[in-house]
Design a binder for this molecule. Structure first.
Ligand code: ACO
Length: 402
């Protein structure tokens, strides 16, 4: 086998791979994807089995620690999550300092970084018990921060977590309770949120996870590394696509534009318009998460006795795209973001919180990847090379001669 690290010394060349389309950055035992076959497995377990049977808390433990927890492990982790739900009271002042119009992703990343100050002790990780506590602190508090950011954005008082509620129910309580009315999530709504979070728990070396590993490789702490992951997730080509997909459906709906006409615009690349929620670097077949979500939105809307005109448009778009050579030739299929927004709408999550929801769901994957980096005794700092294309011999000109 060729030692890639030595290749440059031997040949004098480096590899250039735009967007890392064919570059493996690490060895990882967390998530397996076969993009041609449309397969996704967490720690070897098919996503379809997890989605149908597990909960977000159990899935988080699986992703981070490598196997399904037994009852005692699960209860212990759930207990840590419950007791970590409160954020330091002083952090309220940080929320007050953001303008009301601040994007929730900006608040989320800043506040996760702030945890490095308020929960500094937790970042000193020496063994599995420390790791479990740090993971619980982050997974639990990110939900409190997210709900508080939402409350701040609508000018309502922050709602304290309740210790008798499970993970999803507690988040929905902090989002939707008001001083004069406690919000109680129905089992259907809690199950839908659990499903959303489980489907987002990990997805190997995507942009945000690679960012977390990149930052973690410098030995930056868990909170700082995951705050960087939030920033990477924000963009519309990554996690922000769940907002962009719903905005696209809404625009088609509001303008009354026939779906075929929109598809024509995409194919002509008019103004760079894309079919948001379609295409994927790794999947050249159906993203299995989109199949699960497509069915789930039907079930959830039926259970909640709701309808959503955007779902009809999404279905029409999918059918039109799957029959069109442009999409077929490029192997563009629905990804996780195509239907996830409709599920979030059904459970009452406002559009501006969609990417934040993705970040809450992805937290176990980021933590597991950070853990993998942190535990690798041979781990080197991530430091890609470049091909320099700028000028090499430019004379300095004094300021008055420019
Ligand atoms: N709509 C229209 N055309 C598309 C789309 C799309 N959604 N996605 C890719 N294409 C086209 C490209 O224009 C390109 O066409 P060309 O060969 O004529 O130049 C071809 O398909 C290949 O696309 P690339 O941009 O090279 O694919 P890449 O792997 O770099 O990008 C990405 C993948 C970013 C997901 C892309 O498909 C995209 O922008 N999709 C829309 C945004 C989206 O849904 N992002 C979420 C991804 S999943 C996630 O992060 C959770």
């Amino acid at each position: 086998a060729i030692d890639i690290a030595k290749l440059r010394d031997i040949t004098g060349y480096i590899t250039l791979d735009d967007g890392y389309g064919n570059t493996g950055s690490c060895r990882s035992a967390i998530t397996y994807i076969d993009g041609d076959a449309g397969i996704l497995r967490y720690r070897g377990i098919p996503i379809e089995d997890i989605a149908g049977r597990s909960s977000f808390v159990e899935t988080a433990w699986l992703v981070i620690f490598g196997e399904l927890p037994n009852v005692e492990q699960r209860d212990h982790f759930a207990g840590l999550l419950s007791e970590s739900a409160m954020i330091d009271e002083v952090m309220r002042k940080h929320f007050n300092a953001f303008p009301q119009t601040a994007p929730p992703m900006a608040i989320l990343s800043a506040m996760i970084n702030t945890l490095s100050a308020h929960d500094a002790g937790v970042t000193d990780i020496r063994d599995d018990a420390d790791m479990e506590r740090a993971a619980a602190v982050l997974i639990s508090k990110v939900r409190t921060i997210a709900a508080a950011a939402y409350k701040a954005s609508i000018g309502e008082p922050l709602v304290y977590p309740r210790y008798d509620l499970k993970y999803a129910e507690n988040f929905l309580h902090m989002m939707f309770s008001v001083p004069y009315r406690q919000y109680e999530a129905t089992p259907e709504v809690a199950a839908a949120l659990n499903l959303f979070l489980m489907l987002h728990a990990d997805h190997e070396q995507n942009c945000s996870t690679s960012t977390v590993r990149m930052v973690g490789s410098s030995k930056a702490n868990l909170f700082a590394s995951c705050a960087a992951g939030v920033c990477a997730l924000w963009g519309p080509l990554h996690g922000g696509a769940n907002v962009a997909a719903v905005q696209m459906l809404q625009q088609i709906h509001d303008s009354g534009m026939p779906v075929d006409e929109f598809v024509r615009k995409v194919k002509n690349k008019d103004d760079g318009v894309k079919l948001m929620g379609f295409g994927h670097r790794v999947y050249k077949n159906f993203d299995p998460r989109s199949r699960i979500l497509k069915k789930a939105v039907d079930d959830v809307l039926a259970q909640l006795e709701k309808t959503d005109p955007l779902l009809d448009i999404a279905r029409e778009l999918e059918t039109a795209a799957l029959e069109d050579d442009y999409f077929v030739d490029r192997k563009l299929y629905p990804n996780v973001d195509f239907y996830s927004g409709i599920l979030l709408r059904a459970i009452g999550i406002p559009l501006e919180m969609f990417t934040v929801m993705f970040a809450i769901g992805r937290m176990p994957g980021w933590i597991a990847n950070w853990k993998e980096i942190n535990e690798d005794p041979k781990g080197r700092i991530y430091r890609p090379r470049q091909v320099y294309v700028g000028p090499t011999d430019v004379k300095w000109r004094p300021r008055d001669e420019r």
